[in-house]
Design a protein around this ligand. Structure first.
Ligand code: GLY
Ligand code: MN
Ligand code: MN
Length: 431
């Protein structure tokens, strides 16, 4: 949690951008069931945390032009013995800076009163059908009673219209936290690179990554991808149960989350510490594409510009290797590169790994702005049964992913210090 003032200021900004006579609802994340009565570790909803700094389940924030009210679980010594300490209603105003706090048990009964004489509801609908129904039915109930001179909301606006535009520009504190995640991630990747040996199983490297994340009070930002050999051609590979073979590459897409901020990093390296000529040839293309794309992560460009540059370099590389035929224009026009590079080059990064915020404003790609953070992650994946690629290239998958801070002038690559050049990887692994 950051300083309480941070959250108060964010709520004030939210209040200022709300329409007159409106009310905004924001709910904590639901607990996620793993199986039967076992739950995944609780992970707060990013929007909810951004505006409250409050990390408990079963809570609702209500903002109007006049007040911010938090509904939360009250203290309960018996239940706290099982589920852990709670902040409780009495401490919430002072500790979180809200104007009022109430027991969440009362929330349902109060919704109608909250909606009375409001014209507009802000709510992130489509996530929890019960909450959607509660708000809609309560609003409809009020609208039936207009003969008394009362009125109820007739409009509902998705909350993302307000919150996601705030979250897309990172504060100095958030950038500092992402830097810390980047440092932890560096240690994790280096530790996995150091540990890798032929004969190990992918999950042993996953364990190494998790050990480092946890040792620093973090966790994995997303299930780590540890993909050896042709597994690297499966973009969302998370089984991590294949052996590492001498002569293969291993692709690791893994990063730390801490304090609800994230890094997102991919490195691809040889199990035995030395790239072979085919691996080198492909790696150099992906690296050039990444460098080209990063050079376009400036306030003069858009994410599409960075993607187009990565695609151009990869397409030329595929032509040079004769994996595709035609002129560069033809290969681009007919998207022939997509067989080998089928995903986008990057995404916003922040409290969510695939962070929120619009990529387009109207029909046009959005210009980058200082304070945005995004990944740059081109890749090349040669299907194992590809008949255009000579056999030694088949089944090679390479992605290189870094996290980039947009600044006035050149961008800062927050994760550049994780070995990336072929020479840097080889000397790190053979030191
Ligand atoms: N690790 C998810 C991604 O790279 O987008
Ligand atoms: Mn990514
Ligand atoms: Mn990634």
């Amino acid at each position: 949690m950051q300083n309480i003032e941070t959250y108060i200021k964010r709520r004030l900004r939210l209040m200022e951008s709300m329409e007159p006579d409106s009310v905004l609802f924001l709910f904590s994340a639901p607990p996620a069931r793993k199986s039967n009565d076992v739950f995944h570790p609780f992970r707060q909803d990013s929007d909810f945390f951004y505006f409250t700094g409050f990390d408990e389940e079963s809570a609702a924030l209500v903002i109007t032009g006049e007040s911010t009210t938090l509904f939360l679980r009250d203290k309960n010594p018996e239940q706290e013995t099982w589920g852990g300490l709670r902040l409780g209603v009495d401490s919430a105003v002072e500790r979180l800076g809200v104007s009022e706090a109430h027991n969440i048990d009362k929330f349902q009964d109060k919704v109608q009163a909250i909606l009375k004489n409001r014209k507009t509801i802000y709510h992130r609908f489509g996530y929890d059908p019960k909450r959607d129904a509660l708000l809609l039915e309560s609003a409809a109930e009020l609208l039936k009673r207009t003969r008394n001179g009362e009125f109820g909301p007739t409009r509902i606006i998705h909350l993302s219209a307000l919150t996601h535009e705030m979250r897309i520009i990172k504060s100095a504190e958030e950038i500092e936290q992402i830097r810390e995640c980047a440092l932890i991630t560096k240690e994790a990747h280096e530790s996995a690179m150091s540990a890798a040996r032929a004969g190990m199983v992918e999950y042993e490297l996953e364990a190494e990554l998790l050990r480092v994340f946890k040792r620093h009070g973090g966790t994995d930002a997303y299930p780590s991808i540890v993909a050896a050999g042709e597994n690297a051609c499966i973009l969302h590979y998370i089984r991590n149960d294949s052996p590492l073979r001498d002569g293969d590459l291993v692709l690791i897409d893994a990063a730390a989350e801490r304090g609800l901020l994230n890094a997102d990093v991919t490195r691809t390296f040889p199990v035995n510490g030395r790239f072979n000529p085919e691996q080198k040839a492909l790696y150099e293309i992906v690296l050039a594409a990444q460098r080209g794309a990063i050079a376009r992560m400036t306030t003069a460009h858009t994410m599409d510009d960075a993607h187009d540059e990565a695609v151009r370099i990869i397409a030329q590389g595929l032509i040079d290797l004769r994996f595709v035929s035609g002129s560069l224009d033809e290969v681009l026009e007919n998207k022939l590169y997509r067989k080998y590079f089928m995903h986008r080059t990057g995404h916003w990064l922040g409290m969510d790994v695939h962070d929120v915020g619009a990529y387009h404003i109207g029909d046009a790609p959005r210009r980058l702005v200082a304070g945005m953070v995004a990944t740059v992650e081109p890749g090349l994946y040669i299907p194992v049964d590809d008949d255009r690629a000579p056999p030694p290239f088949r089944g090679i998958g390479i992605r290189i992913e870094d996290d980039v801070l947009i600044r006035e002038g050149s961008p800062e690559v927050l994760t550049e210090f994780i070995p990336k050049e072929i020479s840097a990887i080889e000397s790190f692994m053979n030191r």
